[in-house]
Structures are given as C-alpha cells and as structure tokens.
Ligand binder design. Structure first.
Ligand SMILES: [Fe+2]
Ligand SMILES: [Fe+2]
Length: 139
C-alpha cells in the first residue's frame, strides 16, 4: 500500500466532508418554504453525520502519519429549496463516486477499506433522501 497516496486520498475525502458540513448547516439555517421544517431537521442531522465522517477520516489520516486538512472543497450555497436539494444531490454523488474509486487503492488496508465502505453506505442514504425530495415525494 502506498501510504502517501492513501493519506492524500483521505485528505481529499476530508475536504469533501468539511464542505458538506458547511453546506448543510448553512441550508439548515437558511431554508425557507412550505417543506422547510422537515428539511431543516433532517439536513441538520445529515450535517452531523458528515461531521462524524470528517472526524473518522481525520483520525485515520493521523494514524497513517499524515496531517488532516482544514480546507474544504467547493461549498455550494444559495437559492431556494429545490436549488439546495439539487446541490446536495451533486455533493453526495461526488462523495460516493470518489469513495468508490478509492476502494481499490486501500484494498490491502482493511480498516481504511471498511471506513470507506461505511461512508458510502451513509452517503447513499443521504443521496436517497435528497433525491426523493428533489422528486417531490418526501418532506
Ligand atoms: Fe460524508
Ligand atoms: Fe452525505
């Protein structure tokens, strides 16, 4: 296993999580509209999930001998509820795609592998919520 490559990959993941925390917390306080009460509660819970993901990734990076980043990737903000939901679908899809691609890289490190699988599982659940909202069948 190429440790430096794994640390760099996990730091990219951490940056995605840091962006998601801010994006979702911002939506939690800014959401307006008829569906916003249900959305605001759920999005806050999802932001806290992302915080746990960031913590787990940062812990793994330190364990592997790296330094966890403090820089988020792109944070998508603004717009109405449907714009927010579309932005969230994009963020979750990006995370799932990124983590899936990294499974091969960490296949010899069962603990990191398991962490990524757990993150994919959680992000798929988030994606399902945002997609169902986008389709108008939730909230
Ligand atoms: Fe996450
Ligand atoms: Fe997520």
């Amino acid at each position: 296993m190429d440790k430096e490559k794994v640390i760099a990959a996990l730091n990219h993941d951490l940056a995605l999580e840091l962006a998601a925390i801010t994006q979702y917390m911002w939506q939690h306080v800014m959401a307006r509209g008829i569906y916003s009460p249900a959305f605001r509660d759920r999005i806050k819970a999802i932001a806290i999930d992302e915080m746990k993901h960031a913590e787990a990734l940062a812990e793994r990076i330190v364990w592997l001998g790296g330094t966890p980043t403090t820089e988020p990737t792109h944070i998508r903000v603004g717009g109405d509820l449907s714009k927010m939901t579309a932005d969230d679908v994009k963020a979750e899809r990006e995370a799932i795609e990124t983590y899936r691609e990294q499974l091969e890289l960490v296949k010899d490190d069962p603990v990191t592998h398991r962490l990524l699988v757990k993150l994919i599982e959680d992000e798929e659940e988030h994606l399902d919520f945002f997609q169902s909202l986008a389709e108008g069948s939730a909230a």
